[in-house]
Design a protein around this ligand. Structure first.
Ligand code: CMP
Length: 137
């Protein structure tokens, strides 16, 4: 099924010079298209909207601080099975549990600094696209 998803290259990925590497992996997948891309710094309001479901959890405040620590790259990716596909390409939240070959498995060690965000469902994707690309999706 064709769908679309929001991907964020988190501040650690940008700082470490992994933008090109990660985008290349996405572009190599047959049938996936990057339909929007923007580098930007995230303000508190945007982060609160995006991570609202985690508010109150012990990792929430450090997560928001980390996500505001430098620019991110936000992408909209469209294509066949792209939501589950990008979650697989990213690997599980904890990079140590992520298989080699996945983005987190190849480049990550720290749970918070896990390089990428990818929407976890169609509902999340539609909600997140409106936060990051208002009026466009
Ligand atoms: P992601 O799954 O993209 O969205 C929620 C983020 O919160 C997650 O990536 C991590 O960056 C962070 N996170 C989730 N669980 C923890 C945790 N236990 N400790 C620190 N950070 C976490």
């Amino acid at each position: 099924m064709t769908s679309r998803t929001l991907v964020l290259l988190k501040p650690d990925a940008v700082r470490r010079g992994l933008i090109g590497e990660i985008i290349s992996r996405i572009e190599r997948k047959a049938g996936w298209t990057i339909s929007a891309l923007e580098m930007r710094s995230l303000d508190q309001d945007t982060l609160e909207q995006h991570y609202g479901e985690h508010k109150g959890k012990p990792f929430y405040e450090p997560l928001v601080e980390f996500m505001a620590s430098g620019p991110v790259v936000a992408l909209v990716v469209e294509g066949e099975r792209v939501i589950e596909g990008l979650r697989a390409l990213a690997g599980p939240t904890d990079p140590i549990a992520a298989a080699p070959g996945s983005i987190r498995g190849d480049y990550g060690v720290i749970v918070r600094e896990n390089l990428v965000h990818a929407s976890d469902s169609e509902e999340s994707a539609e909600r997140e696209l409106k936060i990051f690309f208002p009026g466009r999706f």
